[in-house]
Write a protein that binds this ligand. Structure first.
Ligand code: SF4
Length: 355
């Protein structure tokens, strides 16, 4: 049960459309609940044009997503007709409500926020939708999609600037041939990207010497993903990758970019314990790295390839409290991030933003 949730216009298990919908602002508890479900069905897809397909990371290949903002918080939900959550327009209003069909109640009201390129407020581009690695939760190695040309990338960015207020350019990439090649791909773009005059964040596979080149080229923040909290699980789900190598480059990145300017995704729901997550958040914080605690997206293309379980709202909140405490202890401020996921906050609970 969600704390702070109000029953709203429910009569005999049905929502009465004749009564005015009460405002139900998104609290941290409600966001944790929405993240634990991770999906929503939408009454009318025209409410979220264009429908955005994810091309990066574990949720790649999903059928699109929607961003909901309410009470200063943002959540991203993957569109899924079978989801228990239904997004409905509130009559005579620009707002929407999210109806939980399992509990027969409205869980939150808010607005649908348009994405500029992948997410609101940013031009966030995935350069290569291919990968030579085979992390067992990730559909990119199976999909082996398209690698964008420089012109395609710049057009997406220009279109994002035409659509709205772009606060940052963020770049990620799979690995088409080599991790070094992806750093070079970013470096080639940098002279053009700098002309847009907004902070630039880069999340690629870490390579020795890569941080120095990215820093010199004008990148503001970097993210190298450690992905898995438990080192034993890491070995089985991310074959061919080295946790030690990622850590080494994270340290080097903090030396160059500064504490709180370097990030790392830690995926939740791969069979790790809360203790291992706490240890990982602290291990990262000690060296000045901010963890992005990311609930696993159980991609249908990877069904059976590894253990995947979306965390409960209670677990998401517990880990959020842990991260807040550790962030304070090491004087890290995720809410001050200028680029990438801690700026967006659609997929994670972000200390300082979602408190
Ligand atoms: S939190 Fe990161 S992965 Fe999620 S929508 Fe925002 S930018 Fe994309």
């Amino acid at each position: 049960m969600i704390k702070g949730l109000k029953l709203n216009q429910i009569e005999n298990g049905k929502n009465s459309m004749t009564q005015k919908t009460e405002n139900i602002p998104m609290t941290a508890e409600i966001k944790a609940f929405l993240l634990s479900v991770g999906t929503a069905d939408i009454e009318d897809e025209k409410m979220v044009l264009p429908t955005l397909k994810s091309t990066a990371g574990p949720s790649a290949g999903s059928s699109g997503s929607v961003f909901i903002t309410s009470n200063g918080r943002r959540v991203r939900l993957n569109l899924d007709q079978n989801s228990p959550l239904k997004i409905r327009k509130i009559p005579e209003s620009d707002d929407i409500e999210v109806f939980d069909s399992t509990e027969a109640k409205i869980v939150v009201t808010g607005k649908i926020e348009p994405a500029l390129a992948h997410c609101p407020e940013q031009a966030y581009i995935n350069l290569s939708e291919k990968c030579i690695f085979d992390c067992k939760y990730c559909s990119v190695p199976i999909l082996q999609g398209h690698t964008k040309t420089k012109e395609e990338t710049l057009k997406i960015i220009r279109d994002a600037f035409d659509k709205g207020n772009v606060k940052a350019i963020s770049i990620t990439s799979g690995v088409e041939k080599t991790p070094e090649g992806e750093v070079e791909r970013v470096l080639e773009l940098m002279p053009e990207l700098k002309k847009f005059n907004v902070p630039i964040g880069v999340s690629v596979y870490s390579v020795s010497g890569g941080s120095e080149k990215l820093k010199e080229a004008g990148v503001s923040e970097v993210k190298y993903n450690i992905e898995v909290a438990d080192p034993e699980i890491f070995k089985t789900v991310c074959p061919g990758l080295s946790e030690n190598d990622v850590f080494g480059e994270l340290k080097e990145a903090v030396r160059l970019f500064g504490r709180g300017k370097v990030f790392s995704n830690v995926i939740i729901g791969l069979g790790e314990t809360d203790e291992s997550v706490e240890q990982m958040i602290e291990k990262l914080a000690e060296i000045g790295v901010i963890a992005c605690i990311r609930p696993i997206y159980e991609n249908a293309l990877r069904k059976g390839d590894c253990f995947m379980e979306r965390p409960t709202p209670e677990r998401i909140l517990k880990l959020f409290e842990m991260q807040k405490r550790i962030s304070q202890k090491y004087d890290l401020h995720p809410e001050k991030s200028e680029t990438m996921c801690s700026l967006c906050s659609g997929c994670d609970m972000v200390p300082g933003r979602d408190d």
